[in-house]
Design a protein around this ligand. Structure first.
Ligand code: BGC
Length: 727
């Protein structure tokens, strides 16, 4: 029997798709659009609906199902997706990196790319083809449960890091067997739901969307991201899942995206059941498909509903065919019809969590940590720890908590309870582990006590912990949040540490022993007491498997902190939002007895040395419209030890016909400098970087006065300024 053209690997994915689609019934095409939860009745779903994809299964089950699909009907392979968000966290022992929020504080795209590469390789060994990552939501409301899944608050930084993640996952060519598909999510405006309440309504004008929330997604398209995931919420009354403008006119027609779109979990069903937009799931199907969703994630009613809608003419067969074509094209591009990507499960143990994959875990944790405070005690900075330190008290609920250290989308988080598996204890180095082994090298004694739990109201362990602190040369107290306060359906109405942790901190402070606070938390908490009372503060967010080792290296000065905040901290919940991109014009500068300044602002972070900026110069101070702007600045390490500075460039178009923020990040560079060394750092800004979004959604470039700001953070006092005129 001759082989049908669609099975001929010599033909292009397009030609193969054309051939295959002609052979398919509408029912088979709808089947391709179904993504089912692989944990339930997977075999029956392949047999009955010929589903195109599963999520949330791994390993042997993927092999069995793929073999079944091969024998069924036209033998169209399945595509398996999973949330490998900061590592392949649902496979025991896989390399779990710092969360996206932590990683983004490194301002190091190459680290993010490495995370993607390692994750792709580990996924492939276990049968997965597609990760629902990166999250490109831009965070402003810190109450939202999913802040830690994002790269922070700035569109430019999100775009750069998002592109890096996509390069990492997809590699040079998705047909190569060590690449997986990336997925830019959640499209769009999902992080901006009112009050931080997950999946409700986002009040976003098109101009606001295009100014802040869409640019990172546009960068994802430019990086060749193969898939997009639709957001849950409504914008101005329209569910993203039914938003034709968003999913088709903008994404495909304007930006030229040619991959496929998957809904989020039961988006189609929720348009009926939760959002009240349709009287039945059946009724929601035509709009959601026509809007531009190609694959429908876990709406069990979808298959039958789509068939019924085709039969009664409400769902256009052409819409179904178009979706099926996009999905098949991706399967051909991945090589699923040819080399099949059967996972080398026997090799998984050698690859997953191997030594080569664990080195970047340490680099990532080291570069992501942000030093927020480092006060002088007896004339010397608290950190790095001094040689006179001979006894350390390691205290607090997150000092030895493997789950808090790994964060969301790993075992123990809301998406996979510990019943489904766990990472071997030996794969995680907690802060306690890290300090104990580092201290042992110098014969330094370490005492440990958890002291309190984060939730509940038992403070009976505080006295013992404080006694250990009193007896030590330094107390390192690790506080933060717990997984129960993090993730989907875990939005918070306060951002305090809670009474237990506060009691512990105050008791340790009262001993007079120098107090170093380490924060392991999913997102910025309101910590004005710590900012005022701790002698040093190191923010780790969820630093991943080697986070404790990194913390020890930074505390002992083996490495210097080099992270800078990708997100601003509020002093008090009522200050929200506190992101740095403010629209000028507010009457006040106070919220009750708090001023309006964030506690720590975007771009901020200390290290063990200091940097001086000088001689900020522009190539031209009158720039003809359409020309690039070139600037140079000298950065010098003015301290005693080597360090990394993140040089940041912000722009302000001083007078604009529509209001615009008075600072927008347009470039950055991590610069490593030896003591006394200086470097001339150059930046080029395109006309686009000087533009703002006009009323009709297009970019506007208005001649006139501009301000260029360069420095070590977005705070006014950290920036050098120079003006130029666009003619
Ligand atoms: C989340 C997505 C995730 C999906 C699949 C949804 O609830 O919003 O981010 O990719 O579940 O697990």
């Amino acid at each position: 029997m001759t082989r049908p053209p669609y099975l001929d690997p010599e033909l292009s994915p397009q030609a193969r798709t054309d051939d295959l689609i002609r052979r398919m019934s509408v029912e088979q095409q709808i089947g391709q659009m179904v993504q089912a939860d692989g944990r339930y009745d997977a075999v029956a779903q392949v047999e009955a609906q010929r589903v195109g994809s599963f999520l949330h299964i791994l390993g042997d089950s993927t092999v069995e199902l793929q073999k079944l699909a091969e024998r069924t009907g036209l033998g169209i392979p399945l595509i398996f997706g999973i949330d490998a968000i900061h590592g392949h966290g649902f496979w025991p022992g896989a390399a779990v990196f710092p969360t996206q929020l932590a990683l983004s504080c490194s301002w190091a795209p190459e680290l993010v790319e490495t995370m993607g590469r390692v994750t792709a390789k580990e996924m492939l060994c276990t049968g997965l083809h597609w990760t629902f990552s990166p999250v490109l939501c831009l965070t402003r409301d810190l109450r939202w449960g999913r802040v830690g899944e994002t790269f922070g608050e700035d569109p430019h930084l999100l775009g750069v890091l998002g592109q890096a993640a996509i390069r990492g996952y997809q590699g040079d060519d998705v047909s190569l067997p060590d690449s997986v598909l990336a997925c830019a999510k959640h499209f769009a405006g999902y992080s901006e739901t009112v009050g931080g309440k997950d999946a409700t309504e986002a009040e976003l004008s098109e101009r606001k969307l295009r100014t802040y929330f869409l640019p990172p997604f546009h960068e994802a398209v430019k990086a060749g991201c193969r898939t997009f995931m639709t957001a849950y919420q409504c914008i101005d009354g329209v569910a993203c899942a039914a938003n034709h403008w968003l999913l088709t006119e903008l994404l495909r027609d304007e930006w030229g995206f040619d991959g496929f779109v998957v809904t989020d979990w039961d988006n189609v069903g929720r348009a009926h059941k939760m959002q009240g937009l349709y009287p039945s799931v059946d009724a929601a199907v035509p709009d959601c498909v026509h809007a531009g969703n190609d694959m429908i994630m876990v709406t069990p009613e979808f298959f039958e509903a789509a068939l019924a809608n085709v039969a009664n003419g409400r769902l256009d067969k052409a819409d179904v065919e178009l979706a099926a074509r996009r999905l098949l094209h991706a399967k051909f591009a991945l090589g699923l019809f040819d080399h099949k990507r059967y996972p080398p499960l026997e090799r998984a143990a050698d690859v997953v969590g191997c030594t080569a994959h664990r080195q970047p875990l340490l680099d990532a944790a080291l570069q992501s940590a942000v030093l927020l405070e480092n006060r002088h005690v007896d004339g010397e900075p608290t950190l790095p720890l001094r040689p006179s330190v001979r006894r350390i008290a390691v205290l607090g609920p997150n000092a030895d908590d493997t789950l808090a250290q790994l964060g969301d989308w790993s075992f123990g988080s809301g998406q996979a309870g510990l019943k489904t598996g766990s990472h071997p204890r030996s794969s995680v180095v907690t802060v306690r582990d890290g300090i104990e082994s580092r201290a042992a090298r110098e014969g330094i004694a370490v005492d440990y006590a958890q002291g309190v739990t984060i939730l509940g109201n038992d403070t009976s362990g505080v006295a013992h912990a404080a006694a250990l602190a009193a007896n030590a040369d330094v107390a390192i107290v690790v506080v933060g949040d717990t997984l129960e306060q993090v993730g989907e359906e875990c939005d918070r109405s306060d951002l305090e540490l809670g009474p237990n942790q506060q009691a512990l901190l105050e008791a340790v402070k009262a001993t007079g022993t120098p107090l170093v606070v380490l924060l392991i938390n999913s997102k910025p908490l309101c910590i004005p007491w710590i900012a005022e009372n701790a002698d040093a503060v190191l923010e780790l967010f969820n630093p991943g498997m080697r986070g404790g080792e990194a913390a020890a290296a930074l505390l002992f000065g083996d490495s210097a902190p080099s992270g800078r905040l990708s997100i601003s901290f509020a002093k008090h919940l009522g200050q929200l939002p506190v992101h740095y991109q403010r629209i000028p014009g507010w009457h006040g500068s106070k919220h009750g007895h708090y001023d309006d300044e964030p506690l720590y602002t975007f771009g901020y972070g200390l290290t063990y040395t200091t940097f001086e900026y000088s001689d900020l110069r522009l190539e031209q101070t009158r720039v003809p419209r359409g020309r690039d702007v070139r600037a140079e600045v000298t950065v010098r390490n003015s301290g005693q030890v080597a360090g990394v500075e993140v040089v940041q460039v912000y722009v302000n178009d001083v007078y604009t016909s529509l209001s615009t923020p008075s600072k927008t990040l347009r470039g950055f560079e991590r610069v490593s400098l030896a003591p006394g060394e200086s470097r001339r750092v150059t930046f080029t800004l395109s006309a686009e970087a000087l533009s703002f979004v006009g009323r009709d959604g297009t970019l506007v470039l208005e001649p006139g006065e501009f301000e260029l700001m360069v420095g070590s953070s977005s705070r006014d006092q950290d920036l050098k300024r120079v003006r130029f005129e666009l003619t």
